[in-house]
Design a protein around this ligand. Structure first.
Ligand code: GRG
Ligand code: ZN
Length: 335
């Protein structure tokens, strides 16, 4: 049975679209909560998750009126530092991750003209080291996540020419393991989150030939556990966010049919708070915007009919946004 048909089965729980949009809207208002204070450092990524979630549900305009959109965009503007980087919150050091989040938010709202492209490109290219890797900020931590962030943001801005893409991809290849997966650095354990970033970086760099599709596809498919959810590495608990990290990688490889998609969809839908909205990491846990987005994004990759805007597995942005930006879509389209 096709994945889309599975969603029509009476045994498949309904995706609570209204409730999830209300959950995201509430999260964007609740500046006085403890959770808000504790997540200050990753505010820009939080905005990207929330905005992208409602966009994929076709509810961007209904969830955020013009005034709210402007409030969000001015907040993003105010996270910009002098060197062109964006921090996770106002006054925070710039980082490649939050710089990507800023570009993604501007792209979602079709407000890319607010970006000083040369300044952003200058910052991102200054983060590449002589071995091709990227550090995240001026403090010097190196991680394959940061290569992905830099390449993705540069590609979205049409400025991949500003860095050494071949060296960046060769560095990613040096982080490949015997199991076909990738780690955060050479010799680092394979982890599904890092696999997403490495496969994504190689896709953007045009070097998917570095990936052993069958070996990695097997390792990724092995991430599915009995309850239907996916984990990030062997012997770990399933978690809704891996629905994205694993499935997006399988999608690029054209192998999403290597897992039981209906079982995964059921697991994600069981993690919904059907009353107050939001999706959690595991059934009965507290929902948050991060798992809400990655749950919905996972369902998008499986063609859930209520997720009306298909999402690109490499850029983690709606395909319609990429099309508007004139960006060629990723993946083989087979899976
Ligand atoms: C644009 C979608 C997008 C991402 C930007 C930051 C980034 C690039 C990607 C992060 C990839 C990553 C490493 C995700 C994993 C996050 C996660 C759930 C980590 C938890 O690791 P552990 O070891 O948990 O605490 P496990 O599940 O292994 O027990
Ligand atoms: Zn998670």
């Amino acid at each position: 049975m096709s994945a889309a048909k599975e969603f029509e089965l009476p045994s498949m729980p309904t995706l609570c679209v209204d409730e999830h949009c209300a959950f995201v809207a509430r999260a964007s208002e609740s500046a006085d909560t403890l959770e808000h204070a504790l997540t200050e450092h990753l505010r820009l990524s939080g905005i990207y998750w929330g905005v992208c979630a409602v966009y994929t549900l076709g509810r961007l305009d209904r969830t955020f009126d013009r005034a709210k959109k402007e409030e969000i965009l001015s907040y993003v503007d105010s996270c910009r530092n002098e060197n062109g980087s964006y921090g996770g919150g106002v006054g925070h050091d710039g980082h490649v991750l939050y710089t990507l989040s800023a570009v993604q938010i501007y792209a979602l709202f079709d407000e890319l003209s607010r970006i000083d492209v040369e300044a952003v490109v200058g910052f991102l290219s200054s983060m590449q080291l002589s071995n091709g890797s990227f550090q995240g900020d001026h403090w010097g931590e190196i991680d394959t996540r940061f290569t992905y962030c830099a390449l993705s943001a540069l590609r979205l801005l049409g400025r991949l020419d500003a860095v050494d893409v071949d060296k960046a991809c060769a560095y990613i290849n040096s982080c490949k393991n015997f199991d076909g997966g990738f780690g955060a650095e050479p010799g680092g354990e394979s982890h599904a989150g890092q696999v997403f970033t490495c496969v994504g970086a190689l896709a953007i760099g045009g070097r998917l030939d570095y990936v052993d599709g069958d070996l990695l596809g097997w390792w990724l498919a092995e991430r599915q556990v009995k309850v239907g959810g996916l984990n990030g590495r062997p012997e770990k608990l399933p978690d809704v966010c891996y629905s994205w990290w694993v499935l997006s990688s399988l999608s690029v490889l054209g192998k999403t049919h290597w897992i039981d998609r209906a079982a995964l969809a059921r697991f994600i839908l069981k993690c919904q708070d059907e009353k107050s909205g939001g999706i959690s990491d595991r059934p009965d846990d507290e929902p948050d915007v991060y798992h809400t987005f990655f749950g919905i994004a996972g369902l998008a990759l499986m063609g859930h009919p209520a997720v009306v805007e298909p999402i690109d597995p490499v850029f983690a942005l709606p395909k319609s946004v990429l099309r508007r930006m004139g960006i060629e879509l990723s993946g083989t389209g087979k899976g």
